[in-house]
Ligand binder design. Structure first.
Ligand code: AMP
Length: 275
């Protein structure tokens, strides 16, 4: 496995590789969720590149950029069957403050984008750059970050980017907690309190499965999260799976939520069908 820390080293490392390159982009502190993306990429690619980069552009002021867990050595030890790890320094990634920027459009202003207004512009900027460097046949992203996945699909479609985007289901702890690098911030008590997110989504899903309406589904999920001890809801919404606009009638929906458990902000989502 080659570890490249600059775009030039990455390009050099890719030169001898022939065939389809699969890409998995991460911010490191790898867990089984990330590894399921690598597994999926390996199954459909001749070679796999994993990027590990805590992208400053996608963090807002006062967010956890400095505190975000970083453990390149530990991460590399977890990777199997990966040809190249791209772990650039900030100077290598952004030799200057980029003048040309990706505008992620209206979906980036709702839900995650409402609380984190510059987040998705920063995500798409780095994703676009790494796509250009690696030129993969496909890139794998987690359903865990559903809005991010939707925006990446939109960018690829609108800019005719020559690769496929593949989605991988959310990996959860046996407790139901969605795996996340940010779970390392949680105390044992907070880990238990954090189960309120997946429980609220499941409660909503049960209503939908029993034939409940969109508003009933949403109300039950919200009620569940609102009363959970130690948890402060940021949002819990029922949206259309493709457009991320509110789903008020029948259709393929996604219950999406973000909440603070102590000072840690967590996200989760669950597919529901209304009607
Ligand atoms: P991150 O390191 O948090 O930026 O995540 C890198 C990639 O892994 C993204 O495509 C995430 O959606 C995906 N990912 C993170 N957590 C999970 C999870 N629990 N299950 C599946 N994919 C995940």
């Amino acid at each position: 496995m080659i570890i490249a820390t600059t775009p030039a080293q990455l390009i050099e490392a890719l030169k001898p590789l022939h065939g389809d390159i699969g890409l998995v982009m991460t911010m490191g502190a790898l867990h089984e969720g990330h590894l399921s993306l690598v597994e999926a990429a390996r199954a459909e690619s001749d070679h796999v590149v994993v990027s590990i980069y805590v992208n400053p552009l996608q963090f807002g002021p006062g967010e956890d950029f400095d505190a975000y867990p970083r453990d390149l050595e530990g991460d590399v030890a977890k990777l199997d069957g990966v040809d190249v790890v791209f772990a650039p320094t900030d100077e290598a990634m952004y030799p200057r403050n980029p003048l040309v920027r990706i505008d992620p459009g209206p979906v980036a202003t709702v839900l995650e984008g409402k609380t984190r207004p510059t987040h998705f512009a920063g995500v798409l900027q780095v994703v676009h750059k790494v796509f250009n460097l690696v030129r993969p046949h496909a890139a794998w992203f987690g359903q865990k970050d559903a809005q991010q996945l939707a925006l990446i699909r939109t960018m690829v479609a609108d800019l005719n980017m020559p690769l496929d985007i593949r989605a991988v289901p959310i990996k959860r702890e046996s407790s139901g907690l969605a795996m996340s690098s940010r779970n390392t911030y949680l105390s044992q008590t907070e880990k238990e309190q954090a189960l309120a997110l997946s429980r609220a989504l499941e409660a909503g899903k049960r209503v939908a499965l029993d034939g409940g309406s969109a508003s009933q589904t949403l109300a039950v999920a919200r009620e569940s999260l609102t009363h959970a001890p130690g948890v402060k809801m940021d949002y819990l919404e029922l949206v259309d799976r493709d457009t991320f606009m509110p789903l008020t009638e029948s259709g393929n929906g996604l219950l999406v939520t973000a909440a603070w458990v102590g000072s840690t902000r967590l996200i989760d989502n669950l597919e529901v069908v209304i009607g």
